[in-house]
Design a protein around this ligand. Structure first.
Ligand code: EPZ
Length: 423
């Protein structure tokens, strides 16, 4: 398996173009199942997770035409006929977001079988909210040999659904399932992430009638036919936040191009409190740090709160803080797998339950470390960029799931980082 080698200590300076959002592109690609007409999606990042979801759609019968375009891939998808509506374990286990096909397949062909996704490194990640809500729309749900079987031979019927917990995936699944349902569906306690807003815009670009996306109450009025569409994916707020921390942790200065600044309010608010300079300029932002890192307390929450997907990156940054910071992870039950790895690099972090106490140290030391999940792996890259000496990160296939051209982007800003072929 490939590794990444970093010789830390360089202050990063330069410009980074932010790619299209992984977590917006995935549900949008899935939503193409809702129509037999041509769908064009632009600025799609070239990531392992995107390749997995496209592999799954091809398995269902999709015809794809993929070109390189401005800022990412241009993907033309035609789901003229669904020849298979069973998502196999070997694909679903690679990426939990595959469970999003449940709602779309149910809406399109009245039946779907999706392997239970299983947990992952950051938690059990059940799908009970997805399933109970689909039943509210009239789906018959059963479990067979590790597969979820959803049936609605007469179609789905709109309903009022109170989501017991904010769930990004369940909100997306239900939005797609409700597109062809008879009548109106109301989702209360819906997730408000920008990726939900984008999915709603995508569905409406095909003629759907979705309103309230980005608020906690989303209304979907079902329609029979959708039209073709040509849609551009929003930029990745988590990638942008990650590279903002790359600038901050090395004490450099990086201009991030193509940033939706309003999507990063809570992160930028926290970074400002640590002493990081953030200069906003339309769709770009200049991040720099020329003073010590002040400690700060963080609690991860659903959007617009502090994003759980930035928790590991902030922990690496605060490991070099001047004082003690507390980080509470409220979204996933096991999203602290990066703590032992950062500790190997000299960080002083203790965990009690869902709260990690980070006692800042003067320096981190390069070491061999192991990636365990997508955001933990990038927190090790960030720590390696600031550490004295060499850091070797193994199992970097986790990184390939969510960061397009990471080595290239960081090298361009002066990082001494390279990818070495598997040992
Ligand atoms: C999405 O995952 C993102 N993935 C995650 O990003 C992100 O961390 C998460 O939302 C929270 O923002 C994609 O968009 C592809 P949830 P999702 O349903 O939809 C519990 C990354 O790094 N829950 O909002 O799976 C669940 O266990 C990834 O890019 C249930 O209990 O997250 C978790 O504790 C990681 N039952 C909480 O809700 C359910 O039926 C939030 O999960 C569904 C979820």
């Amino acid at each position: 398996m490939d590794q990444i080698k970093i010789r830390g200590g360089e202050k990063l300076n330069g410009t980074i173009e932010i790619s299209g959002s992984k977590n917006a592109a995935l549900p949008i690609i899935v939503a193409s199942l809702l129509t037999h007409k041509k769908v064009i999606i632009r600025r799609v990042p070239d990531l392992a997770d995107v390749r997995t979801i496209l592999e799954l759609l091809t398995f269902f019968g999709a015809k794809l035409n993929i070109q390189s375009g401005i800022g990412g891939k241009v993907i033309e998808i035609r789901n003229e006929r669904i020849i298979n509506n069973k998502a196999p374990y070997e694909l679903v286990r690679k990426m939990r977001a595959s469970v999003l096909v449940l709602g779309a397949l149910l809406a399109r062909c009245g039946e779907a079988m999706v392997s239970l996704p299983g947990g992952c490194a950051i938690g059990t990640r059940p799908i009970d909210i997805h399933l109970k809500a689909l039943e509210k729309l009239g789906a018959k749900i059963s479990l067979e040999d590790g597969y979820v079987k959803a049936e609605a031979p007469k179609g789905l019927t709109g309903s009022v659904i109170n989501m017991p917990k904010v769930s990004v995936g369940a909100t997306e699944n239900l939005m797609m399932a409700a597109v062809h349902a008879k009548g109106e569906t109301v989702l209360h306690n819906a997730a408000k992430e920008p990726e939900i807003f984008e999915l709603g815009c995508f569905l409406n670009s095909m003629g759907s009638r979705v309103s309230g996306m980005g608020t906690d109450k989303i209304i979907i009025n079902g329609i029979k036919e959708l039209s073709e569409t040509d849609f551009t994916v929003v930029n990745d707020r988590i990638e942008a936040g990650t590279y903002a921390i790359a600038a901050a942790i090395t004490g450099g200065k990086i201009r991030l191009e193509g940033v939706n600044i309003e999507h990063l309010g809570s992160l930028f608010n926290i970074l400002s409190k640590t002493g990081v300079s953030i200069i906003k300029d339309n769709s770009s932002v200049l991040i720099s740090r020329d003073r010590s890192i002040l400690p700060v307390d963080i609690i991860t929450e659903p959007y617009p709160g502090f994003p759980t997907d930035m928790q590991a990156q902030m922990m690496a940054f605060l490991s070099l803080g001047e004082g003690t910071s507390k980080i509470t992870e409220n979204i996933f039950e096991n999203r602290f797998m990066h703590i032992p790895e950062l500790t190997r690099m000299g960080a002083d972090i203790t965990q009690v339950g869902s709260t990690a106490t980070v006692n800042g140290v003067r320096k981190l030391k390069g070491a061999p470390v192991m990636a365990t999940d997508l955001r933990a792996s990038v927190s090790l890259v960030l720590a390696g960029l600031a550490a004295h000496g060499e850091t070797v990160i193994s199992r970097i296939y986790h990184l390939d799931r969510g960061y397009e051209n990471l080595v290239f982007k960081l090298t361009n800003c002066g990082a001494d980082i390279k990818r070495v072929a598997g040992v």
